[in-house]
Design a protein around this ligand. Structure first.
Ligand code: ACO
Length: 333
């Protein structure tokens, strides 16, 4: 019997800090509005193509491998979560493989947006449980800034998102009850249009049609913010409870909740619904905004750096996002 455990965590964010005050100069918004509604104070926007999604993912992966003390030659597969791949195709997984010179191991991209990291963790966990691979890099990285409409027209979404990458290295082990205990994935495509970027895409005559650059509703993120909020605060705690019940555990067993960083108000509501005290929930959206598939590995990498991950602790991961997709995972360190 094989199970998977996380043996290294890493992250990378661009140095370029964009504060709410910087956004005030570019659109009709205020630091007060953004902080009150989202908790965000600043985010990172990549300054050049030197910080593409794959490049940030590769840097996070290097940190995860170094912290694990594992050489790239000993990794069997790459699973990459992103909604902002460098190319239309191929995905960013193979680009990381090229950047890091990782031979001919398989590299796949997972498109599950904000839930992408937990979906990818689940895919990698199943590969390891089946005995197919022993070590897998799971990466989540996003370059949101290039797709945002950073004007007053786009202020409803432009203030929320940021760039960054995170990664974990999973390894097979045989110690039941340790590592990834279970993952739980859901989606509801009826809400596909409630949070999306529609173009460029193949759902029309031409991928790049005349006037695409002015088609602001389709080339920038479109979001029904209040609908997303309403579903997120229902689905994220629901997924945590599902995971706990599956493992015959209760919320009292959880040492740390690691929620996808969509909005601090969403995290706070999820925390209240699960009746968790402040010291058992970790948020960092204040610094980075919503980095979509990267939020959870960035949070875990910071917890790792702060020495806040202890052997035997139980972590609950939960995410909600475009699709709609939502997911949870339980990890026993
Ligand atoms: N600055 C100032 N005013 C703004 C801004 C801004 N950045 N953005 C919107 N407004 C204005 C609107 O234009 C509107 O003005 P109006 O009343 O004159 O029309 C007013 O503020 C209220 O707008 P609402 O959209 O109703 O504001 P709401 O209270 O719903 O807050 C928010 C918006 C923060 C986006 C909220 O709906 C939310 O957090 N939703 C969840 C979104 C989310 O988390 N998305 C990401 C999750 S999925 C993923 O990660 C991909």
């Amino acid at each position: 019997m094989f199970f998977s455990k996380i043996i290294g965590v890493g992250h990378y964010v661009p140095e370029n800090v964009v504060t709410n005050f910087d956004l005030e100069k570019l659109m009709d918004t205020t630091d007060k509005w953004i902080q009150e509604r989202t908790g965000i104070k600043e985010r990172r926007f990549h300054p050049t193509e030197e910080h593409s999604t794959a490049k940030m993912g590769a840097k996070a992966a290097i940190m995860a491998m170094e912290r694990a003390g594992v050489k790239k030659e000993d990794v069997d597969a790459i699973v990459f979560a992103t909604l902002s791949s460098d190319y239309f195709f191929p995905g960013s997984g193979v680009l990381v493989q090229k950047i890091l010179d990782m031979g001919t191991i398989p590299a796949i991209d997972i498109r599950a947006q904000c839930s992408g990291f937990i979906y990818s963790l689940s895919v990698a966990d199943q590969f390891i449980r089946s005995g197919m691979y022993k070590r897998i890099l799971v990466i989540g990285a996003e370059t949101q800034s290039v797709a945002l409409d950073i004007t007053t027209r786009g202020r409803g979404t432009a203030a929320l998102f940021g760039d960054g990458g995170g990664a974990v290295l999973l390894e097979a082990h045989s110690d039941e009850g340790k590592g990834i205990l279970s993952t739980h994935l859901h989606s509801d495509g009826n809400f596909a249009d409630a949070l999306r970027v529609k173009a460029p895409g193949t759902g029309r005559d031409k991928t790049f049609y005349p006037g695409i650059e002015q088609d602001h509703e389709n080339i920038h993120p479109y979001m029904e913010g209040q609908l997303v909020f309403k579903h997120a605060v229902r689905r994220m705690p629901e997924a945590v409870i599902e995971a706990l019940e599956h493992n015959k555990l209760t919320i009292d067993d959880v040492d740390m909740l690691v929620p996808h960083q969509a909005n601090l108000r969403i995290s706070q509501m999820v925390q209240r619904m699960l009746k968790l005290p402040d010291d058992r929930v970790y948020n960092n959206i204040q610094k980075y905004g919503n980095t979509t598939a990267a939020t959870i590995p960035i949070l875990m990498s910071e917890l790792w750096e702060q020495d806040r991950i202890k052997e035997g602790q139980l972590f609950a991961l939960t995410a909600f996002g475009s699709g709609f997709t939502w997911a949870s995972a339980l990890i026993r360190w």
